[in-house]
Write a protein that binds this ligand. Structure first.
Ligand SMILES: C[S@@+](CC[C@H](N)C(=O)[O-])C[C@H]1O[C@@H](n2cnc3c(N)ncnc32)[C@H](O)[C@@H]1O
Length: 249
């Protein structure tokens, strides 16, 4: 359960092993075995505080102060080991940059059907909704993320559709597909990027927010914008992370 530093120094967790993720259609957090476990929304509320996002202060999220203690409490709560880290309790660098970009360029989402893939806290989808998207789906496979997205949407007064299935490989005709910080684990990055390229080739606008994680396929991407994103030292081992918005070439 310890954070793994990448070769290039990133301290982001690698996420669950691919075998646990591949083909998953339900949230990856298993049902609680502990009868005293709270429902995910109560757990999220109890373990977080509503705070403005550093690079996107017009939006607030239920976030945690520290990751590892929260990760431990999640495992205790569910009576399970080997769970994914609580990604949902933080605004990741890629998501912050992408949310900022969408709010500053509302024409990318305005009046469009938008998917925020690997939504985590829901930050990018909330930005799209705030910027005038016609419909926003926020998709994640972690049950706590789904609860966090719903609470965060409510707190910011925006409407999003919360999706708990693995949408990789599917196509619901989205006009814009947004993905913040998805390149932290090799198998996930490869699988998702191949799908995003397919969506881009059929005409969807695909935008990826990423600070240069280990598995970002830079050679296949065009950089659109760059941001200096305030991040949590606990997670990234630094306070500001240079982060870009990319699209498939
Ligand atoms: C590093 S977090 C990024 C969250 C958010 N986009 C941000 O930038 O703040 C990665 C997220 O991807 C989610 N995830 C991993 N595999 C997924 C899949 N197949 N479908 C949807 N979400 C997935 C995880 O549960 C986690 O919430």
């Amino acid at each position: 359960m310890a954070p793994a530093a990448d070769a290039d120094g990133f301290c982001l967790w690698r996420g669950p092993p691919a075998a646990k993720v591949a083909g998953v259609t339900d949230p990856i957090c298993p049902p609680a075995t502990d009868p005293a476990a709270r429902d995910p929304a109560s757990f999220v509320r109890a373990e977080t505080r509503l705070r403005p996002v550093p690079l996107v202060p017009e939006l607030s999220l239920h976030v945690a102060d520290e990751a590892v203690p929260l990760w431990q409490r999640t495992e205790e709560e569910l009576g399970a080991m080997g769970l994914p880290p609580p990604f949902w309790a933080f605004a990741w660098a890629g998501g912050q940059a992408l949310a900022r970009h969408v709010l500053d360029h509302p024409e990318l989402v305005k009046g469009r059907r938008v998917l925020d893939f690997a939504s985590g806290s829901g930050l990018v989808g909330l930005a799209a909704a705030r910027a005038g998207a016609a419909h926003v789906s926020c998709a994640d496979i972690d049950a706590y993320a789904l609860a966090a997205i719903a609470l965060n949407a409510q707190a910011n007064g925006v409407a999003v559709d919360v999706r708990g299935t693995d949408l990789v490989g599917t196509d619901e005709g989205w006009d814009t597909v947004l993905a913040g910080d998805i390149c932290y684990e090799r198998d996930l990055a490869e699988r998702v990027f191949a799908w995003l390229v397919t969506l881009s080739r059929r005409g969807a606008l695909v935008l990826i927010g990423d600070p240069g994680r280990s598995y970002l396929p830079k050679a296949e991407l065009e950089q659109l914008a760059e941001y200096s994103v305030p991040v949590t030292r606990d997670l990234e081992d630094m306070e500001i992370k240079r982060t870009c918005v990319w699209r498939p070439r």
